[in-house]
Design a protein around this ligand. Structure first.
Ligand SMILES: [Zn+2]
Length: 397
């Protein structure tokens, strides 16, 4: 069948119309792409300008830009939050708080970012020392699935600072269960703090129950064993006290110097000081770090007399001289002995004063008073007695 002129004309007509539509569509899409490119380019330029301000330490200008950017795309919030971190680190907490309040007050804030900003605001309050406000925020955030671990960690710290030990224990167990981190040694310390409080009130039964609980939570808790020893001593159960105090050797023998005086008191009550000397000598032999020469010499002096003590300590000082040992040696020597220069004891005492009795093995904080919670880095059991490591020459474990 032949195609008529009219049919031909219509076919061409339709073809032209289709090509026209296709061209129009192409033009539209390229126009949109150009617009997007321009907008995107402006967005990137602003972003890099903001970064540039940050690098040049012009945080306030950077803040202005990032607050505008976040309105366009909330995904840029990481940069805004990093800025909050910088303010916090520089101690400009008021600026950090203002930034986080500003972000929280925006109607366009997507729900998924809300608890993240609240967490940052909680950290601001925590650092500023507004613990009540921080506590309220972290309590709310601890119910949020994603940020619960961070919130519980801060709650533990806040309750510890406020010495609200019961609340600290609750937050600690939640953290332990939810976040798969072992904080049992810290929870045991919270129980010890409660036990100490009861001991001060002379509630021996409650104090004993709490220290026993601490030991069941963390079998290596030296503080709990010392507390149980003290409670037994107050109850005049000296053998029981000796048994719990001597556990410290297995728990962590660097803390042995902390219990020697208490043990000596128990053995004196049993008139059995020689047995303590045997125990300490064995403990020293079982370790390659412990040096108890000075303490042993004092006990030998008490149990056997001055001459054996002097002989023992002089022999030890010839092999491993230590300031503590020299000090005890000078104390043991007869003050009338002309062979000792008069000023020697004072020199050693002055040298000893320069060496604090306790030091934190984590941060190096040193003091002459023992704290279970290091004032320097807030580590439990961080501070340890001065002991001499004969082999490596380390002063503190
Ligand atoms: Zn420390």
């Amino acid at each position: 069948m032949n195609i008529s002129f009219l049919d031909n004309f219509l076919l061409w007509h339709w073809a032209l119309l289709l090509v026209g539509l296709w061209l129009f569509a192409l033009w539209l899409s390229s126009r949109y792409k150009n617009r997007y490119k321009k907008r995107h380019l402006r967005f990137s330029n602003d972003y890099f300008q903001g970064l540039n301000y940050l690098l040049n330490d012009e945080q306030d200008k950077a803040l202005e830009i990032f607050l505008q950017l976040v309105e366009v795309d909330w995904k840029t919030i990481d940069t805004g939050l990093a800025l909050g971190n910088i303010f916090r680190r520089k101690g400009e907490i008021d600026k950090a708080i203002k930034l986080h309040h500003d972000l929280l007050s925006r109607p366009s804030l997507p729900v998924e970012y809300k608890s993240r900003i609240l967490l940052e605001l909680g950290r601001d309050y925590h650092l500023a020392g507004w613990l009540d406000r921080a506590e309220g925020l972290f309590n709310d955030i601890s119910k949020d699935e994603i940020h619960a671990c961070d919130a519980l960690y801060y709650l533990m710290d806040i309750y510890q600072k406020e010495q609200e030990w019961r609340a600290a224990i609750d937050a600690g167990w939640q953290y332990q269960k939810l976040c798969k981190k072992d904080v049992r040694p810290v929870i045991a310390q919270f129980h010890c703090s409660l036990s100490e409080h009861q001991l001060k009130q002379n509630n021996l039964k409650e104090a004993e129950a709490l220290a026993t609980q601490a030991l069941s939570i963390d079998a290596a808790c030296v503080r709990a064993s010392i507390l149980l020893g003290e409670i037994a001593m107050l109850d005049r159960q000296y053998q029981k006290a000796i048994d719990v105090l001597q556990q410290v050797e297995q728990q962590n023998n660097v803390f042995l110097p902390l219990i020697i005086d208490r043990l000596a008191e128990c053995y004196r009550q049993k008139s059995d000081l020689k047995e303590l000397i045997g125990f300490l000598r064995n403990a020293e032999n079982r370790s390659d770090k412990l040096d108890l020469a000075s303490a042993l010499a004092k006990l030998i002096h008490e149990a056997y007399g001055k001459t054996p003590a002097l002989e023992y300590l002089s022999a030890r000082m010839l092999v491993n001289p230590t300031l503590d040992g020299m000090n005890t040696l000078l104390d043991l020597k007869n003050p009338d002995d002309e062979s000792t220069y008069n000023y020697m004891p004072q020199i050693v005492k002055n040298l000893l004063k320069k060496q604090p009795s306790y030091q934190c093995h984590k941060c190096g904080y040193a003091a002459n008073t023992h704290y279970w919670l290091c004032p320097g880095c807030q580590t439990w059991s961080g501070m340890r007695p001065r002991i001499i490591n004969n082999k490596s020459g380390l002063m503190y474990e």
